[in-house]
Structures are given as structure tokens and as C-alpha cells.
Design a protein around this ligand. Structure first.
Ligand code: ATP
Length: 519
């Protein structure tokens, strides 16, 4: 069921110019790369603007940069990506498909959780109001049996990943009887490590010395510019550096549409602070980032934190913000307290002191860092999944509507002459010529007005302005609201004032500013 909805969202994205599969005219296209269409790019730009402004406009101590995608290759040695940015992969000899060994085992753990949930749901239905879930979980033999197996598997898996112990990962897959979902067989190869960084050559001669990487995260561009930014902006700690840009990962299994791509976009902010204050800032950014998501009005119940049990060796706290996608709660954003690891590593590898002179303490030190890192594409997907609705209407017809947050909608207002004659198209053009300087608009005169409303609903346009015979007499138009479908008669001179405030990101930012003021 949820899968069907997801399929519909994917095809809706294509049909209405949001997202196209890459190189589609070639029979094989290019897996795990997607192109954003005319509506998709507007929506994506609105997401980026909301994020950027929430960082750079709302915080005096956050500034932005735009670093290059290519960097000196030693950067990736220092960051640990050359040696440790690996996924354990395994092939099935029958289907010839490649999987991430860790994903196969995690799916198996999730299966035990599902079994437990099923038992709980069944019992809840049976016992009704008298049902004591906590007690049931503690005492029901079937639940206990599943829980025992789940916990044992989880423990074994976590231990195996620490090395990682590749042989043990394979053994777990065999012991659990995990089969390939395509071939249905257990004919697995060994588990191998696979580095996720793409590389290419710089200059005209190929060779190991010319090897250069496509950045797998935007963060390092911020770290290597720490001194430049601090000096030129004269920021004092704590302060942050924000950046939006493309990142590349040679993902072994790319699936779920734009959720996991090989080329994607990140919005990252590194917040530098005094050692010892990082946990306070970690808590601040957890709350501030959740408030950013919640201000969009997509339902507070659709978000949750997932604290990391296993931390990277240099991190002292990490959490994900997950959103309820049609395929379950999934990570959209990561918030990590990375200590002084990255700057110290660059100091070590570059020989340049990555220090901050603290005038209050009269000493220099390597600052600590709290990172917030969100994928633009995953954010886009969460917005689309939440917005997509199929509605049965009172008059017996149905419609597909994207109930997008108005500030994110690609087109804010469509101007529609009721008929394509009698001076109405000219009047509509006049209205659009006035509004287009303030927000994105459409003008559309083809087909019946009902069909045109449906087209606008399908791309999430919050307002439709209809120009009719009366408009020429009294300068009024009909203003139709997307979600309620209610229509009101308003004077043309009032249109801009009514629409602009609601569709701009300003109102969203004001709401957010209030929420984070006292954090
Ligand atoms: P995952 O565990 O899902 O692979 P991650 O923990 O490796 O993600 P980070 O390295 O923390 O992800 O990257 C920060 C953010 O970048 C993620 O929260 C996600 O929104 C986005 N992101 C990471 N990898 C991809 C990808 N392959 N496609 C799209 N977005 C991605």
C-alpha cells in the first residue's frame, strides 16, 4: 500500500516536471542520478533559500561560503575518507546483484521488530481497553523469543561492524539464513570493503599522482577555509560557517528515488565553539534544527530523533532527524558533535596551525565543532511525500493535490482568464506583469477552467486568480485557495498584499525566529 503511494509520487514527480531520471533517452539511463525539472528546481531552490536564510540571516555569527568540489587529495587522507569511507559489500552469485552487507543484516533486525509489533497489535485488538502493552512485551513468550533473537543479532552485528570483521558479517548473513530478495538463494560471495569516493584525474596526464576526488561531503571545504573565514569576518567563537553544494558517493545500492543518489546536494553548517561548550551547542542545534523542520507545518508527529548508539571514534554525540516517509522513518539530517577532530587532522596533514586566538582567555586552541548536515534531495522527498494527496471531492470527482508549504511551492499564483477571448487574456497578462516581480506566477488560458485548476493543484500552486467578464467592469477577480478550494472575490489592487506575505519565506523565518529565540 505505502509502496503503491511511493510509486505514484515518483511518477507524479516525472509527469509534472519535478524530477526526471538521468539521461532517460538512452535505454539504460544512469542509475541513481536524477535531474530536477522546471517545478522541481523551484521547489529545491525554495528549500535551499529557507535553510540558508535560517542560518545566515537569523544568526549574526553564521556566515556562508561556496568552496570548490575538487580539493587537494590530501584533504581526504586527513579527513579519513581515503582509508575509512567504506561500505561492506557482498554479491549474490545467482542474481549477480550487489548488496551492502550491513543493510542486509539491518533489514533482518527490522524483521524481528516487525514480528514483535505484529504480536503487540494483534493482542491490542483482542484485549481492547484492558490491554497493558508494557506487561505484554515483558511476559508474552512469543514476543520474548523474538526479542531474544533480535538482541543477540544486534549485539553480534554491532561487534562485527566495529572492526569491521568482514568474515563475521558474512557468517551472520549465512547463520540468519538471509536470502537474496531477487534470486531467493543464499549463494553469497565474501564480504569486501568498498570505498565510496569517486575519483578522476586532474591535468592532461593520467597516473596515481594526478588522482583527485569528487568531494563526498561539503564539510571539508569549510574546515580548510576556517582560518580564511575567521580572519576576514573577524568572527569570535562561537561562530558557524554554512555551505550548500553537491556531494558525490559511489553508493553500492542506490534506491528509493532521490533518497539515495550518487550525486546529491548537501546543506551543511559547522559551528565552531570553545572546547567544553560543545554539548550545550549540540543540544541547541538539535532543538533549532527540529524547529526549522516543524515550522513548515508538516506534522510534528512525523519527525523523531534517532540517537546514534555507535559513535565515530572522534565524535562525542550524534543524532539523526528522521522523517516519516512512505517507506518508514528515515534519516533526513544528521547533527554531530565532531570535537576538534577535523581541524586537528588538517593541522597535522597540512602543517598549518588551525588555531583560534581567544582574546578573553589569552590563549590559542583548536576549536570544537558541532555539525548540522541535511540532504537537499531527502528534504525535497520528505516535502513531496507529505504533500501528495489523492482526494475524493463532494461532487463525486477526485483530484490529486500537492499540499506544499506555501513558501516552498514552485509557483505561487496562476492567473487564468476564464475564456481565451473578449479581452480577458490581455487583462490576465496585465495582472501577471504586475505580480511577477514579487513571486513566481503562471499564466494559462488553455482548456476548461476546471482542468486548469487541477493542473495547478497537481503542482501545488497555492493561489489561482481567475479573470472573468466582471473583472473588466469592477477590477475584481476570483481568488481560489488550493487546499480549501474556497473562492473569494477580491480587488486586483489587493492581490499582491494578500498573496505575497503568505508565500514568501519571510513569514516562515519569523515563526522560526520566535521558536529559537529562547533556546
Ligand atoms: P546514510 O546512513 O543514509 O547513508 P549518512 O549518515 O551517510 O546517510 P551523512 O554522511 O550524515 O549521511 O550525510 C548528511 C546528509 O546527507 C544525510 O542526512 C542525507 O540527508 C544526505 N545524504 C547522504 N548520502 C546521500 C545520498 N546518497 N543521497 C542523497 N542524500 C544523501
Amino acid at each position: 500500500m505505502a509502496e503503491d503511494v511511493f510509486k505514484k509520487i515518483v511518477s507524479h514527480c516525472k509527469e509534472y516536471g519535478f524530477v526526471f531520471p538521468s539521461s532517460e533517452i538512452y535505454p539504460e539511463g544512469l542509475a541513481a542520478v536524477y535531474d530536477y525539472g522546471p517545478n522541481g528546481v523551484e521547489l529545491k531552490n525554495n528549500i535551499k533559500k529557507y535553510w540558508w536564510d535560517s542560518m545566515v540571516l537569523l544568526h549574526n555569527n553564521i556566515v556562508g561560503i561556496d568552496a570548490g568540489i575538487f580539493m587537494n587529495p590530501t584533504v581526504w587522507k586527513a579527513s579519513g575518507h581515503v582509508d575509512a569511507f567504506n561500505d561492506p559489500l557482498i554479491d549474490n552469485r545467482d542474481s549477480k546483484k550487489r548488496y551492502r552487507a550491513d543493510n542486509l543484516i539491518e533489514d533482518q533486525i527490522a524483521k524481528y521488530d516487525e514480528k514483535i509489533d505484529k504480536e503487540v497489535k494483534k493482542a491490542a485488538k483482542k484485549f481492547g481497553d484492558a490491554f497493558d502493552e508494557a506487561k505484554f512485551r515483558e511476559t508474552n513468550p512469543r514476543v520474548l523469543e523474538h526479542q531474544k533473537k533480535r538482541d543477540a543479532l544486534h549485539e553480534r552485528y554491532t561487534k562485527a561492524m566495529q572492526g569491521p570483521d568482514l568474515e563475521e558479517l558474512r557468517q551472520i548473513i549465512l547463520d540468519e539464513g538471509i536470502v537474496d530478495p531477487i534470486s531467493g538463494t543464499k549463494n553469497w560471495t565474501d564480504v569486501r570493503q568498498f570505498n565510496l569516493m569517486f575519483s578522476t584525474e586532474i591535468g592532461s596526464t593520467a597516473g596515481a599522482t594526478n588522482k583527485i576526488y569528487l568531494r563526498p561531503e561539503t564539510a571539508q571545504g569549510i574546515f580548510v577555509n576556517f582560518l580564511n573565514v575567521q580572519r576576514t569576518t573577524r568572527q569570535k567563537l562561537p561562530f558557524g560557517i554554512a555551505q550548500i553544494g553537491k556531494a558525490f558517493r559511489n553508493e553500492i545500492v542506490a534506491r528509493q528515488f532521490v533518497f539515495r543518489m550518487r550525486e546529491f546536494e548537501q546543506m551543511e553548517m559547522q559551528f565552531f565553539c570553545q572546547p567544553g561548550t560543545e554539548m550545550r551547542w549540540f543540544e541547541y542545534w538539535k532543538k533549532a534544527r527540529l524547529a526549522w523542520h516543524e515550522a513548515l507545518g508538516m506534522g510534528d508527529e512525523n519527525y523523531r530523533f534517532h540517537d546514534h548508539e555507535k559513535l565515530a571514534f572522534y565524535a562525542n554525540a550524534a543524532t539523526d532527524i528522521e522523517f516519516r516517509m512512505p517507506f518508514g522513518f528515515k534519516e533526513v539530517e544528521g547533527i554531530h558533535s565532531r570535537t576538534n577532530y577535523d581541524l586537528s587532522q588538517h593541522e597535522k596533514f597540512s602543517g598549518t596551525k588551525m588555531r583560534y586566538f581567544d582574546p578573553d582567555k589569552n590563549e590559542s586552541y583548536v576549536p570544537y565543532d558541532v555539525e548540522t548536515s541535511i540532504g537537499v534531495d531527502r528534504m525535497f522527498l520528505s516535502v513531496m511525500c507529505h504533500a501528495y494527496q489523492e482526494q475524493q471531492l463532494e461532487n463525486g470527482s477526485s483530484r490529486v493535490v500537492l499540499s506544499l508549504p506555501e513558501a516552498l511551492a514552485p509557483i505561487k499564483c496562476a492567473v487564468l482568464p476564464l475564456v481565451n477571448k473578449d479581452g480577458l487574456p490581455e487583462k490576465a497578462q496585465e495582472i501577471q506583469d504586475d505580480l511577477k516581480f514579487h513571486f513566481t506566477t503562471h499564466i494559462d488560458a488553455k482548456d476548461s477552467i476546471g482542468k486548469r485548476y487541477r493542473r495547478e493543484d497537481a503542482i501545488g500552486t497555492p493561489y489561482c486568480v481567475t479573470v472573468d467578464g466582471q473583472t473588466l467592469e469592477d477590477n475584481t477577480v476570483t481568488l481560489r485557495h488550493r487546499d480549501s478550494m474556497e473562492q473569494e472575490r477580491v480587488n486586483i489592487n489587493e492581490l499582491r498584499a494578500i498573496i505575497e506575505d503568505r508565500v514568501s519565506s519571510t513569514s516562515l523565518l519569523k515563526k522560526l525566529a520566535k521558536e529559537i529565540k529562547d533556546l
